[in-house]
Design a protein around this ligand. Structure first.
Ligand code: SF4
Ligand code: SF4
Length: 109
C-alpha cells in the first residue's frame, strides 16, 4: 500500500505577497464602489476629519484644504460622510451618474 505524501508549506503556491511598497495605488479599487461620496464645498469648513478617517487615503489635501476626492481609489465606504460634522458629504448611487467621464473615475474638484 502506498501513502500519498502531503504537501509541505514550501510546496504551496505563493500568494498574498506585497513585494513592492505602496503598490496599491496601481489598482483602481474605485471600480468596486456602488456609492459615491459627493462633497458640498459650500458647507465644507476644511476641518479634515474626513481625511483622518478615510481608510483608503482617498481624500486629497493640499495646503491644509481638501483638494479633491480620488475616485480612482475611493471604495465608497461612506465613513467620510458619517464623520463629517457639518454633513457636507452625501453618498449617491453610482448608477445615478450618467456622465461617462464621471463614471470612469473623475476627481472631485
Ligand atoms: S467613501 Fe470611504 S473610501 Fe471613499 S472617500 Fe469616503 S471614507 Fe474614503
Ligand atoms: S469632514 Fe466635512 S467639513 Fe470636514 S473637511 Fe471633510 S467634508 Fe469638509
Amino acid at each position: 500500500m502506498t501513502t500519498k505524501k502531503q504537501k509541505g508549506w514550501k510546496d504551496l503556491i505563493k500568494g498574498g505577497l506585497i513585494i513592492e511598497a505602496r503598490n496599491s495605488v496601481k489598482y483602481r479599487t474605485g471600480a468596486w464602489r456602488s456609492l459615491r461620496p459627493i462633497r458640498d464645498k459650500s458647507r465644507c469648513n476644511n476641518c479634515l476629519l474626513c481625511w483622518v478617517y478615510c481608510p483608503d487615503s482617498s481624500i486629497i489635501v493640499e495646503n491644509e484644504k481638501i483638494k479633491e476626492i480620488d475616485y480612482q481609489h475611493c471604495k465608497g465606504c461612506g465613513i467620510c460622510a458619517s464623520e463629517c460634522p457639518v454633513n457636507a458629504i452625501i453618498m449617491i448611487d453610482e448608477s445615478d451618474i450618467k456622465d461617462e467621464a464621471e463614471k470612469k473615475g473623475g476627481k472631485d474638484g
